[in-house]
Design a protein around this ligand. Structure first.
Ligand code: FAD
Length: 392
C-alpha cells in the first residue's frame, strides 16, 4: 500500500485568496482522506464497490450538502468551500467525489430549491447526516444527451401518481434510500418526484462490468406501476430547466474535482521523476520529462484560476450555465491529458495499482462523459457565443 504523501500544489499562490474557513474545510477533508480513504481506495476500486463505511465520515467533513443552509442540516458554506471539498475528494477518487456530488447537487439541491418546506424537513437533515443516500434519475436507455426526449412518465390517479419507465446509469442507485426522478406528466411536461425505496414496483438493479468509476455503485431505476404519493412531487419548478439547474451545480463541482485528479497525477509523476534514475541521473533531469511536468502544472494553474473565478461568480449568483460548461469541459479534458502523460512518466510502474494514475485515468473516462459529454459542452459554448443551436 502506497503512503499518501500529497501536500497540494499552489504555483500561483492562490491560497492567499482563501479564507481561514476555506483552508480549514480543505485541510480537514485532506486529513480525513489520508487517514480513512487512501489506504482502502485501491481495494474498493478493484472490488467495484463504493465503501459504504465512509458515509459517516463524508457527512462529518461536510461532504453532503456543503452549501445547503444549516437549518436543513447542511454546512451553509460558500461555493469556493464546496469546490475545494470536491477537489480534495476527487484528488483521492472520482467515485468518492461522485457520491458526494450526487447527494449534494442532484438530490439535496432540487429538494431544497424546488421542494416544499415539509419535503425539506423530511429529507434534507437525513441526507446531510448520511442517514439517507439519494440518487438522481434523468438518463434513460434511449435518452442520454437528449434527456428532454425521456419516456418515463406519470399519470394522475386522483389520490396518487402512477409512475412508469426506466432510468439507466444512475450513480448510487443500488443502495439509495430515495431517488429524485424526472418524469413527464400527461401533458409531456417534466417534473421531479421523490421515489422511496420500498415503494411497490420500484427496483434498482446494479450495472456491472464498468472499467471506470469502479468505487462508485451504478444502477438502473425501474418503475413498474409505482404508486407515488402526491406530496412527493417537487412543486417549485417544472420543465427541463429544473434538472438542468441541478446539473449546473454538479458540473461546477466536477470542474473543481477534475483539478484534484490532475493534481494527484502531477504530484505522483513529479515525485517519481525526481527519484527514478535512468542513464545515471533522475529522469526529471531530461528535457522531455520536464516538458511534460511543466505543461502539467501550467494547465493545472490555468484551470485553478478559471475555476476560482467561476466560484466567485457562483457566490454572487452570476455564473451562467455556459460558463460552467466551459470549466467542466476544459478541466476534465485537462485532467485526462495529464493522467495519460503522468502514466508515461512512470513507465511500467504507471500501470499498476501501487500508484493511482491508471485509476484516475479510467475514472476520468466517465467524468468526461457524464453530466454532459465533452462534445455537448462544446456545443453549449458554441450556442452561447454564436446564438445558433447546433444540437439538432
Ligand atoms: C459512471 C456513470 C455514472 C452516471 N451517473 C448518472 C446519474 O447519476 N444520473 C443520470 O441521470 N445519469 C448518469 N449518467 C449518465 C450520463 O449523464 C450519460 O451517459 C451522458 O449524458 C451521455 O449519454 P449517453 O451515454 O446516452 O451518450 P449519448 O447521448 O448516446 O452520446 C453518444 C455520443 O454522441 C455524442 N452526441 C450526442 N448528441 C450529439 C449532438 N447533438 N451533436 C454531436 N454529438 C452528439 C455525445 O457527445 C457522445 O459522444 C452516468 C454515466 C456514467 C458513465
Amino acid at each position: 500500500m502506497r503512503t499518501d504523501l500529497y501536500q497540494g500544489h499552489d504555483y500561483y499562490q492562490m491560497d492567499e485568496w482563501l479564507t481561514e474557513e476555506h483552508k480549514l474545510i480543505r485541510d480537514t477533508a485532506r486529513a480525513w482522506i489520508k487517514k480513512e480513504v487512501s489506504p482502502i481506495i485501491e481495494d474498493a476500486f478493484e472490488q467495484g464497490k463504493f465503501p459504504k463505511h465512509l458515509i459517516k465520515g463524508l457527512a462529518e467533513i461536510g461532504g453532503f450538502g456543503p452549501y445547503i443552509p444549516e437549518q436543513y442540516g447542511g454546512a451553509g458554506l460558500d461555493q469556493i468551500s464546496y469546490g475545494l471539498l470536491m477537489q480534495e475528494l476527487e484528488r483521492c477518487d472520482s467515485g468518492l467525489r461522485s457520491t458526494s456530488s450526487v447527494q449534494s447537487s442532484l438530490v439535496m439541491y432540487p429538494i431544497w430549491k424546488y421542494g416544499t418546506e415539509e419535503q425539506r424537513m423530511k429529507y434534507l437533515p437525513k441526507l446531510a447526516a448520511g442517514e439517507f443516500i439519494g440518487c438522481f434519475g434523468l438518463t434513460e436507455p434511449d435518452h442520454g444527451s437528449n434527456p428532454g426526449g425521456m419516456i418515463t412518465n406519470f399519470k394522475d390517479k386522483g389520490d396518487h401518481y402512477l409512475l412508469n419507465g426506466a432510468k439507466m446509469w444512475i450513480s448510487n442507485a443500488p443502495f439509495a434510500d430515495i431517488a429524485v426522478v424526472w418524469a413527464k406528466d400527461e401533458s409531456g411536461r417534466i417534473h421531479g418526484l421523490v421515489v422511496e425505496r420500498g415503494m411497490e414496483g420500484f427496483t434498482t438493479p446494479t450495472m456491472t462490468g464498468k472499467w471506470s468509476l469502479r468505487a462508485s455503485d451504478t444502477g438502473e431505476l425501474i418503475f413498474d406501476n409505482v404508486k407515488v404519493p402526491k406530496e412527493n412531487l417537487l412543486p417549485g419548478r417544472s420543465g427541463l430547466g429544473a434538472p438542468l439547474s441541478c446539473l449546473d451545480s454538479a458540473r461546477y463541482g466536477i470542474a473543481w474535482g477534475a483539478i484534484g485528479a490532475a493534481l494527484d497525477c502531477y504530484d505522483v509523476a513529479l515525485r517519481y521523476a525526481k527519484e527514478r534514475q535512468q542513464f545515471g541521473k533522475p529522469i526529471a533531469g531530461f528535457q522531455l520529462q520536464q516538458k511534460k511536468l511543466a505543461e502539467m502544472i501550467t494547465e493545472i494553474t490555468k484551470a485553478q484560476l478559471l475555476t476560482f473565478r467561476l466560484g466567485q461568480l457562483r457566490n454572487d449568483g452570476r455564473a451562467t450555465s455556459a460558463q460552467i460548461s466551459m470549466a467542466k469541459r476544459n478541466n476534465v479534458d485537462m485532467a485526462i491529458h495529464i493522467a495519460r502523460e503522468a502514466r508515461q512518466i512512470l513507465g511500467g510502474m504507471g500501470i499498476i495499482n501501487e500508484y493511482p494514475i491508471m485509476r484516475h485515468m479510467m475514472n476520468l473516462e466517465s467524468v468526461i462523459t457524464y453530466e454532459g459529454t465533452h462534445d455537448i459542452h462544446l456545443l453549449i459554448t458554441g450556442m452561447d457565443i454564436t446564438g445558433e443551436n447546433a444540437f439538432s
